[in-house]
Design a protein around this ligand. Sequence first.
Ligand code: ADP
Length: 239
Amino acid sequence: MIEFKSVEKSYGAASAISNLSLSIPSGKVTALIGPSGCGKSTLLRLILGLIEPTSGEVVVDGHPVNRDSAQAIRRKSGYVIQDGGLFPHLTTAQNIELMGKHLDRAVDINKLTQLAHFPNDALGRFPGELSGGQKQRVGLMRALALDPSLLLLDEPLGALDPLVRSSLQKDLKQIFGEIGQTVVLVTHDMAEAAYLADLIVLLRAGKVVQVGTLEDFQKRPAEPFVTEFLNAQRQMVTL
Ligand code: ADP
């Protein structure tokens, strides 16, 4: 479904992605994980054509991502970012319906509130009147409003407190199962990646270190960094 072919991406002189090749399967949940600055968000932005590779190619559903194809790819994609990216002067319902109105397509708000476990009586509230977890649910409903075939989530739970985070993780898992679409999720938390994703891509400094499941990483680490990364995460839990 998504293929990175020898992709390089530099911002000025600094290389963010270097000679990266990767296939992301369709209909599955793939997590991108790795230390801060390893290029996870850059990969999502390349998929959406928000930025262009310095060299190499990104192919989505058989179409190379370029200026001509980017808009079509964005229209069939839902994108959720960490702070939700909601318009503060629009109500929850207006935020969710915005793209549908713009493209003259119907949005089934009831179906979305059920899917995202969002209270109907909060649809009239502005983002400033919602909790952090609710804001992320609205960001998710907005991303799902036009039945995307591709859902991209950039640290959607990063800023939430642990209890809210855990409840949203459960709901996300259920939602991913229900929609059955291709999902690419950026996270820095291995437990979250293992819980939500079918496939985990571990990155370091703009390169793929290993692709597999948590079990693959534990039993067959591709290099010492994989074990170091897992141990560092474990220490965060036991400290
Ligand atoms: P991650 O999502 O893994 O934290 P990013 O993809 O955001 O990593 O960033 C990868 C690298 O590219 C980092 O070194 C970051 O500082 C750099 N970078 C990202 N966006 C920009 C930008 N717009 N301009 C300059 N450098 C950037």
